[in-house]
Design a protein around this ligand. Structure first.
Ligand code: C2E
Ligand code: MG
Ligand code: MG
Ligand code: MG
Length: 295
């Protein structure tokens, strides 16, 4: 702060504002890192769920869980900000453990109500390097009497590349439990589809960067179509992330994508709102209701 004030006196205003801005964002980062562990226990975090739609059947039988932090002083904080900080400060396992527990508990409730949803949780590389991860997840599934088929895990290519041998061994253990594995943000990393074929994963999620303009960008449409075709021939299910409009939906159907996720169908919603959305969506798709709702 002192440096910023000194500069404000001696240098042009723009520099002073810049330095002050730097200082504020640094303060904010320190505050978030400091507050994170306690915030988890104080109910400041919650999970939201975004539906994934199966294009062939138009059914919704899966969703992605995403974390939110309602900070008492700073307001709602996006995971793009605090996940990175948690990774760097060694707190990411606290977040992942909390999220897995929340999602498994909530998904078990839904299954008890007859909603056999598969919910995906995002993991970081740090989680994947923890030798106890598979056993921990398995123990929680047992505790909540939840089928492994109800859980999916998403990892990015870059997380895998940090220590491919260790991560692949871990993914194999997790897959062995019957949990679905997905590569997140596909297309933004370094690896090729040929390399991904060696990974024990079921699904590729094509990054929003290729989807958001697909209704008017023919290059994006070509990339998504070619990626989907190759991914299918290698045995992957393909999900498109970040669909926002109907014109894009038609393109994704032409490209042959299996599943779609995005604001066009729904923003991520808290559990109760998600269940309400699902009921509404399902009532427009009675076939899905008959097939999926048991009891
Ligand atoms: P992601 O896993 O790729 O999640 C998809 C992101 O895209 C989410 O942002 C979602 O809200 C957003 N999204 C979905 N559809 C649309 C759309 O149509 N338009 C736009 N503009 N955005 C859309 P969110 O929730 O802010 O999460 C950002 C990233 O933070 C996630 O990207 C994931 O990498 C990370 N993240 C979120 N929750 C967790 C978590 O519990 N654990 C870990 N390790 N990472 C998480
Ligand atoms: Mg994800
Ligand atoms: Mg993604
Ligand atoms: Mg992402």
């Amino acid at each position: 702060v002192d440096i910023a004030l000194d500069n404000a006196r001696q240098t042009p205003q723009r520099t002073a504002i810049y330095l002050q801005g730097q200082d504020e964002s640094h303060q904010r980062e320190l505050m978030l890192i400091r507050d994170l562990p306690e915030a988890l226990h104080n109910g400041q975090f919650y999970a939201v769920y975004q539906p994934k739609i199966d294009l062939a059947s138009q059914q919704c039988s899966s969703a992605e869980a995403l974390i939110r932090w309602q900070h008492p002083k700073l307001g709602l904080i996006a995971p793009d900000e605090f996940i990175r900080l948690a990774e760097h400060s060694g707190n990411i396992s606290l977040i992942s453990d909390w999220m897995l527990q929340q999602v498994i508990a909530q998904t078990a409730k839904w299954w008890q109500q007859g909603l056999r949803l598969q919910i995906a949780v995002n993991l970081s590389v740090h989680d994947l390097l923890n030798p106890a991860l598979a056993d921990n997840i398995n123990a929680q599934l047992q505790q909540y009497k939840l089928s492994a088929a109800a859980l999916a895990l998403e990892v990015t290519e870059s997380a895998i590349m940090q220590d491919a041998a260790t991560v692949i061994a871990q993914l194999q253990r997790i897959r062995g439990l019957g949990i679905t594995l997905a590569i997140d943000d596909f297309g933004t990393g370094q690896s090729s589809l040929a390399y991904l074929k060696q990974l024990p994963v079921h699904e590729l999620k094509i990054d929003r960067a290729f989807i958001k303009d697909i209704d008017h960008n023919s290059n994006d449409a070509l990339i998504v179509a070619a990626t989907t075709q190759l991914a299918h021939s290698l045995g992957f299910v393909v999900t498109a992330e970040g669909l926002e409009n109907q014109a894009g939906l038609a393109k994704l159907q032409q490209c042959g994508c299996d599943k779609v996720q995005g604001y066009y169908f729904s923003r991520p919603l808290q559990a109760d709102a998600f269940a309400t959305w699902l009921q509404h969506y399902t009532s427009n798709h009675p076939h899905w209701l008959n097939a999926q709702t048991v009891k």
